[in-house]
Design a protein around this ligand. Structure first.
Ligand SMILES: [Zn+2]
Length: 51
């Protein structure tokens, strides 16, 4: 399974790239590592990476 390393804001019409400094929360779960990013627009996007 290939997952994109790029992550972008999920808010409609935003699509900004999310950077390290926007990472506000990291959660380790059995399904992988979840990262929550807070965009400049105020939306929060959660990504899941495995490994
Ligand atoms: Zn945004």
């Amino acid at each position: 399974m290939i997952e994109t390393l790029r992550c972008a804001c999920e808010a409609a019409g935003c699509d900004r790239d999310l950077a390290e400094h926007q990472l506000m929360l990291t959660m380790e779960t059995s399904a992988g590592t979840r990262h929550a990013y807070e965009c400049d627009c105020g939306a929060v996007t959660v990504t899941v990476t495995k490994g």
